[in-house]
Ligand binder design. Structure first.
Ligand SMILES: Cc1cc2nc3c(=O)[nH]c(=O)nc-3n(C[C@H](O)[C@H](O)[C@H](O)COP(=O)(O)OP(=O)(O)OC[C@H]3O[C@@H](n4cnc5c(N)ncnc54)[C@H](O)[C@@H]3O)c2cc1C
Length: 421
């Protein structure tokens, strides 16, 4: 169960939350329970000793920026030169962060974590496709995945990137408000049809679709199609979710507007709240092109808007569905605290927590153990196709100013605990 808090914990949370808003439902004198995510026995119980030892070696290697940089470069070159390293990748980094090459393999992973009340968000990890044929076959693959997931008890969500079904340059043109040629117009219609087919299949199977947020300069097109899909399929409950990146200073008002529009048009907003993954790229482009940086001035501002977005959603939780994607333990503790203070049950069917497969297991499995709805993003697909995803995970886990990463610290703790048994 949840671990007990005391007033000091509460004061700390309160201070780091937005005081004005928080005090509405979370007065500092209130004493309640909060979650701590340091129970490694619960966090790693789905992992064998062997799996954990492998994870330790990998996180230890990724911890070094030099090893990560050199390792990434060598891997990419070796794959280009057709060196037989796929098996090595599949048995190491792929095993840590991906579900499997096929749906059947991914289902085995889903069942393994499902035993501990943790669900799966299937994420077909193929990226960077550009032709109509590739988009059509991605659509078929996606619908196959929906049919597959509907027969599995533990896969409530699938995630979708609009760039998997339409050319990036086309999305950019639409987002810019540029005039489209006749051919481009048809292309966009095709892309919308693909996404609509997918959303309809999910709707008919009672599964939910999370539409990822990507670079801000294509987001207008992504938001446009996502809102249309929400309007069509979210009449009774949220089937389609849009993603709101709180590292952008324009997102909080946009979220509130999206909610107001949903109420006006009579559908349920599906709001996936994240901080945002493309900060460096966004900043570099803004400088290069000479426009105002869309990103918040600092991390504190991102954290503030992230908190405010969550509070806004929790305040309106009877009228929207909230999906929280974060590895930040304090953010999760804050949400849990507000839920407790507002007497929102952990298993409320409008609130979902999520972390990536292979990361933040301490958050996912401890939350799930306490009765919260939790799912892991589980990429699957051929080894070659998920390499860019794996490289991003490796970079994300390199050391910050020489600190031992939180993942490594927890793995070490669990290995020690098992040895002591
Ligand atoms: C399940 C799941 C789904 C996701 N889906 C998406 C998605 O669809 N689209 C997407 O873009 N990302 C997505 N992400 C990634 C997410 O946006 C974050 O990049 C990642 O989770 C790290 O943020 P955090 O909240 O976990 O942790 P933290 O470590 O607390 O936050 C790190 C984040 O803070 C922000 N930040 C850091 N430094 C600064 C600074 N100086 N100024 C302003 N902001 C700063 C950045 O967004 C950075 O990624 C997803 C993550 C998860 C777990």
């Amino acid at each position: 169960m949840l671990l007990i808090s005391n007033k000091d914990d509460l004061g700390h949370i309160y201070r780091t939350f937005n005081a004005d808003i928080c005090s509405k439902f979370y007065p500092p004198q209130t004493s309640c329970m909060i979650s701590k995510f340091d129970n490694t026995e619960i966090a790693f119980r789905y992992q064998s000793d062997k799996d954990l030892a492998l994870a330790r070696i990998l996180f230890l290697s990724m911890h070094s920026p030099i090893i990560t940089k050199v390792g990434s470069a060598i891997t990419q070159r070796a794959l280009k030169a057709h060196f037989p390293i796929k098996r090595l990748i599949k048995n190491t980094i792929y095993k840590i962060f991906c579900g499997g090459e096929t749906l059947d393999e991914a289902a085995l992973t889903a069942r393994k974590i499902g035993k501990h009340r943790v669900g799966v968000i299937l994420d077909y990890g193929v990226e960077g496709k550009e032709t109509e044929n590739q988009f059509d076959s991605a659509t078929n693959e996606f619908i196959k995945a929906i049919n597959f997931a509907s027969s599995e008890p533990n896969i409530p969500f699938l995630s979708l990137k609009v760039t998997g079904f339409a050319r990036f340059a086309l999305l950019e043109k639409i987002s810019n408000g540029d005039a489209l040629s006749e051919h481009e117009f048809e292309e966009w219609e095709q892309a919308c049809n693909r996404i609509e087919r997918i959303c309809l299949a999910a709707f008919e199977s009672n599964l939910m679709i999370l539409i990822d947020a990507e670079e801000t300069w294509i987001q207008e097109a992504v938001n446009d199609i996502t809102e249309k899909m929400m309007e069509r399929f979210n009449k009774k409950r949220a089937i389609i979710f849009n993603t709101y990146q709180m590292y952008s200073w324009g997102t909080l008002p946009f979220l509130k507007l999206a909610f107001a529009n949903a109420l006006k048009k009579g559908y349920v907003l599906g709001a996936k709240i994240v901080r945002g993954a493309y900060m460096e790229k966004e900043r570099a482009r803004a400088i290069e092109k000479g426009y105002t940086d869309p990103i918040q001035p600092n991390k504190e501002a991102t954290d503030r808007d992230f908190d405010l977005a969550l509070l806004f959603c929790l305040e309106n939780i009877d009228k929207l569905s909230l999906f929280i994607g974060t590895h930040n333990e304090l953010s999760c503790i804050k949400i849990v605290s507000v839920m407790q203070a507002r007497q929102i049950l952990p298993a409320n069917s409008n609130i979902y927590f999520s972390q990536l497969y292979g990361m933040g297991d301490n958050i996912s499995f401890n939350l799930a153990n306490a009765g919260y709805n939790v799912s892991k993003y589980l990429p699957y697909g051929p080894v070659d196709d998920v390499i860019p995803y794996l490289m991003r995970r490796a970079q994300e886990n390199t050391s910050v100013a020489g600190q031992t990463s939180r993942e490594l610290e927890l793995i070490n703790q669990e290995i020690k605990r098992r040895r002591r048994k």
